[in-house]
Write a protein that binds this ligand. Structure first.
Ligand code: AMP
Ligand code: MG
Length: 583
């Protein structure tokens, strides 16, 4: 398909030449025109911003991708950026195809995905009075009519025409399928929770393993099974302070011929009537021995008399705990203190583990101020930075945090100044700006950073505007700024992704009983309801916590589980079983 793309600051001409398409059956033109109202307010203009190179690349990629399903001959897209006064064209799309249906389908799909996939965004609505309204020197073909219009303005179909200016056979206004009439923001389809998780898992394979000093490996995931290099213990050892004698020596008195402390190594063959003083942990001097406890003998100079014999040999036998070559710690184990002790005892001092994850976390929002600062009216203290920092403590990670200004160019400049941190990062998290508001630039920013967006919305609450992107083995999330949504999305998505990157097991949904009824749960989306989990007689019991909005912070102190509440369910009785994720 012949594709022409132009991003321009200039006003669109009335006539735009079609791209060279050769012989074609249909030629469709679409113009999106800025209308005079935004969120109920009269406006003078809309300001559009773009990252031009990337936007051009993405538009091309999008058209190429869609044309595999709806083959067309040529497409010309002109997108205006900067301030676009009411009544003027923001986007022009011209499509040539063999048949009308293919052109219409391609155009519809392209317009639906434009806002989601292409880093061109509405920066702000310009209020009336801010710019002088001036009459257009070239009248726009379609005056004020709807937000940036998603309806085709005019469709002309032509009979098979020779190359060159086609002669019209028929001109008609055509209604497009319903979804085409939605605003792009609403038409971006949300993936289901299960789909989102499947996509995350498929992109989050373990990072290459590294060998780290044992003392630095706590919490890391072991990547190769470590086997015992020798029998454990490697020799018979006494478990008591006492006297080693031949195990079937019936003598009552013994001559003490030697003393062995832990660490001594003095093999010798004992004779009947001989004893060796041994300390707890000392290597036994030979085979076929038993240890009589010190408390069970009377000592006189170098003689002992056994006054009581127990049935126990009081010896830890060589290899009784584990045999040489047997697995000590399996690959996939998240190393805790016990594992480290075992690895240390086997001499594994540089275990092969998943690397420390390098995480970069940016907060956004000009209303957000550091927690130590007194917020002015309209401002809000940053709670997400510390939340993310705390949640990441569960993963061996290095964290770099910064706050981005809510202006795309400034944010990009800030990021350029943090090139090193960004380039080293395995995971990029951006808090806030993940939705479709005028200032929400998380998605284009991630794209600018080279991430391909895998999904941009999930059909859950809270946490719908969650973005997931990949760039090779690096991943990125755009998380909705509201603290409760942040908490939920971290546990649902980020923690699962981090588990994947670090080669560990993802958390599974468990099943538990509702301790109290859940009221007013009805919502068309599935809900991840914060809850407190406790155990009663070994049974998981879930206490749903009250929450009023995804902006809630108070519940976070109690929530240690997320209940999976199906969509459209009015109320759930106490005692009902539900899936939940521990948090
Ligand atoms: P956003 O996702 O950017 O639309 O933000 C949604 C809400 O979350 C807004 O009310 C923000 O003020 C709030 N918010 C954004 N970032 C933070 C943060 N770092 N700490 C606390 N609240 C935040
Ligand atoms: Mg924001």
């Amino acid at each position: 398909m012949n594709i022409e793309i132009e991003l321009t600051n200039n006003r669109m001409p009335k006539e735009i030449l079609p791209p060279a398409a050769g012989a074609h059956g249909a030629w469709l033109e679409f113009r999106g025109v800025v209308r005079g109202e935004e969120n109920g307010q009269k406006i003078a203009a809309l300001e559009y911003e773009a990252y031009p190179e990337m936007a051009t690349r993405q538009i091309r990629r999008l058209l190429e991708e869609i044309s595999t399903q709806h083959p067309c001959l040529a497409a010309k897209i002109v997108h205006r950026v900067g301030i676009i006064p009411v009544g003027e064209t923001a986007i022009y799309a011209g499509i040539a195809s063999s048949h009308r249906a293919e052109g219409i389908a391609l155009l519809a799909e392209f317009m639906n995905r434009l806002k989601q996939d292409v880093p061109i965004w509405k920066r702000r609505a310009v209020p009336r009075g801010e710019i002088a309204s001036r009459p257009s020197p070239i009248p726009e073909p379609f005056p004020e009519r709807g937000c940036v219009e998603d309806q085709p303005q005019q469709v002309q179909t032509f009979g098979s025409a020779a190359a060159g200016a086609p002669s019209p056979v028929h001109t008609a206004a055509l209604r497009m399928p319903n979804e085409f009439q939605q605003s792009p923001a609403r038409s971006v389809s949300a993936v289901t929770l299960d789909d989102a998780l499947a996509k995350i898992f498929s992109h989050c394979g373990p990072l290459p393993a590294v060998s780290v000093p044992l003392e630095d490996s706590f919490g890391h995931v072991l990547r190769e099974t470590v086997c015992a290099p020798t029998d454990l213990p490697d020799h018979d050892r006494s478990t008591r302070d006492g006297y080693a004698i031949l195990d079937c020596d019936p003598s009552e008195t013994f001559h003490v011929v030697d003393t062995l402390h832990a660490g001594d190594w003095k093999p010798r063959q004992l004779k009947p009537g001989e004893a060796v003083r041994v300390a707890t942990g000392a290597s036994m001097p030979g085979a076929n021995l038993r240890v009589v406890m010190q408390e069970d003998v009377e000592r006189n100079e170098d003689k002992i008399r056994v006054i009581r014999r127990d049935n126990d040999f009081n010896i830890r036998r060589r290899g009784e705990e584990i045999k040489a070559g047997a697995p000590l710690v399996q690959a996939g184990a998240r190393l805790d203190a016990g594992h480290l002790a075992l690895l240390a005892s086997a001499g594994c001092v540089r275990p092969p583990v998943s690397p420390r994850l390098r995480v970069v976390h940016f907060t956004t929002g000009d209303e957000v101020v550091p927690a130590h600062q007194e917020p002015k009216p309209g401002q809000i203290r940053d709670s997400n930075s510390i939340l993310i920092k705390g949640l990441l403590k569960r993963f061996p990670s290095e964290l770099f945090q910064d706050h981005l200004r809510e202006d795309f160019e400034t944010a990009k400049e800030q990021i350029r100044n943090r090139k090193n941190e960004i380039e080293r990062a395995d995971v990029v998290l951006i808090s806030g700006g993940a939705s479709v508001g005028d200032k929400d630039f998380t998605r284009p920013l991630l794209e600018w950073l080279g991430f391909k967006i895998v999904f941009g919305k999930v059909a859950i609450r809270p946490g719908r505007p969650t973005i997931f992107g990949v760039n090779g083995q690096r991943i990125a999330f755009g998380l909705p700024g509201n603290p409760l949504a942040h908490f939920v999305c971290f546990h649902l998505f980020v923690a699962q992704a981090l588990a994947g990157l670090s080669g560990g097991e993802a958390k599974r949904l468990l099943r538990g009983k509702l301790a109290e009824p859940l009221k007013d749960a009805s919502n068309p989306r599935e809900t991840l309801w914060p809850a407190r989990l406790d155990f009663n007689g070994g049974e998981a019991r879930l206490h749903p916590l009250g929450w009023s909005s995804s902006g809630d912070v108070t519940g976070l102190t109690q929530a240690n589980a997320l209940l999976r509440v199906p969509p459209n369910c009015e109320a759930i009785e106490a005692g009902a079983e539900l899936d939940f994720l521990s948090a």
